[in-house]
Design a protein around this ligand. Structure first.
Ligand SMILES: *[C@@H]1O[C@H](CO)[C@@H](O)[C@H](O)[C@H]1NC(C)=O
Ligand SMILES: *[C@@H]1O[C@H](CO)[C@@H](O)[C@H](O)[C@H]1NC(C)=O
Ligand SMILES: *[C@@H]1O[C@H](CO)[C@@H](O)[C@H](O)[C@H]1NC(C)=O
Ligand SMILES: *[C@@H]1O[C@H](CO)[C@@H](O)[C@H](O)[C@H]1NC(C)=O
Length: 321
């Protein structure tokens, strides 16, 4: 991996969501029967510019209530020592880890709301939000993104969505973010009445974001579109709904919990470079007990907690080389 720049390495996380791991991972529920991404699946907000302090008490209450409502399955976040765990891929508690994640929700929130995790999205705010310029306010936005090398796969995703998901919804918007499509592909999408094609502003963002396999464009798309909708459904081009998905159930869960994702049972610690954890002032070993939450499919509820404590710190990390 020596050819990779540090900036890219940092977010060369096929799945990310370490900051969530301590916070909200256990809030998520998973129904992989309904949403089964292909194996290749690797895995906002207004107002950050103001100087007003976020309402910490309200956010803490949101998190505390959700944690108490979550059905915490000890098999998902195990309490087994890494010295005893035989399978190196499985989550376990590293008793040698010198740092601990904060045990209080408020303390963790205060960390994530620090200016340094909010400022980059403010600095690039007008560029990021340009992605959503031509989009009116919606209840549901489904968004995917691809360049030419994933176009075939995206085409199949659109077909799958129309067959299995959109038949159940009255109103929604399907957004396709152009990460580098050729003219023929753009024309094909432009002809499809239910597709809103939007360009990604690579030229006005830090250069590392143009390296597509860094995936730093992903949180920026989520940051841009979340304020435009009640629920944002982000999908990698490899996502497929296997049966007529019960989207009403999924959406209800997303409203109650704030977020819904798919999970990989292996530890997030294994698939994430240390620099990503370090960005948040943490050590990788602190995350060894947590399975991976995959960013390849996610439902995001447009609310303060999700915008400030999840999406903004994630997008900020993506922006910093
Ligand atoms: C985890 O296991 C350790 C050692 O077995 C024990 O001391 C600790 O209380 C357990 N923690 C939880 C949250 O169950
Ligand atoms: C913890 O440290 C001890 C002593 O150095 C070592 O034998 C053990 O393998 C370490 N455990 C883990 C999980 O790193
Ligand atoms: C919005 O529409 C304008 C005018 O058609 C176009 O120039 C611009 O590229 C569009 N924005 C995006 C993000 O696609
Ligand atoms: C899925 O939904 C469509 C539209 O409601 C219906 O025509 C189709 O039979 C359903 N398929 C399955 C497998 O239930």
């Amino acid at each position: 991996m020596s050819g990779l720049s540090h900036g890219c390495l940092k977010r060369r996380v096929l799945s990310f969501i370490l900051l969530l791991a301590s916070l909200v991972a256990i809030l998520f529920s998973f129904r992989s029967v309904v949403f089964s991404p292909h194996p290749r699946v690797v895995v906002s907000g207004e107002g950050y510019g103001s100087t007003s302090r976020p309402d910490i008490d309200t956010l803490t209450q949101t998190l505390t209530v959700r944690l108490s409502e979550a059905e915490i399955d000890r098999k998902i976040v195990p309490n087994i020592s890494c010295d005893e765990e035989k399978d190196v891929r499985r989550p376990c508690v590293n008793r040698n880890c010198t740092k601990k994640l904060p045990s209080s929700p408020q303390e963790r929130l205060l960390q994530l709301l620090e200016r340094k995790f909010q400022l980059p999205v403010v600095t690039y705010g007008s560029v990021i939000h340009r992605i959503a310029d031509n989009i009116s306010q919606q209840d549901y936005i489904f968004v995917t993104a691809a360049s030419s090398n994933h176009f075939e796969e995206s085409r199949a995703l659109l077909k799958n969505l129309r067959e299995r998901v959109f038949s159940q919804l009255q109103k929604y918007l399907l957004v396709f973010i152009n990460l580098g499509l050729n003219n023929q592909e753009k024309e094909e999408l432009a002809k499809q009445e239910d597709v809103h094609l939007a360009d990604f502003p690579f030229h006005d963002l830090p250069p590392h974001i143009s390296t597509l396999w860094c995936y730093s464009w992903k949180p920026l798309i989520i940051q841009a579109l979340l304020p435009k909708t009640k629920l944002l459904i982000y999908m990698d081009s490899s996502v497929r709904f296997l049966e007529n998905a019960t989207v009403s159930w999924l959406f209800q869960r997303a409203v109650e919990r704030g977020l819904q994702f798919l999970r990989n049972p292996q530890s997030v610690f294994l698939h994430t470079v240390d620099a990503t954890f370090n960005y948040y002032g943490d050590q990788a070993c602190q995350y060894q007990p947590f399975p991976e939450i995959l960013a390849g499919f996610g439902v995001y509820h447009n609310e303060d907690f999700v915008r400030r404590a999840v999406v903004a710190p994630w997008a900020s990390c993506a922006l910093v080389p």
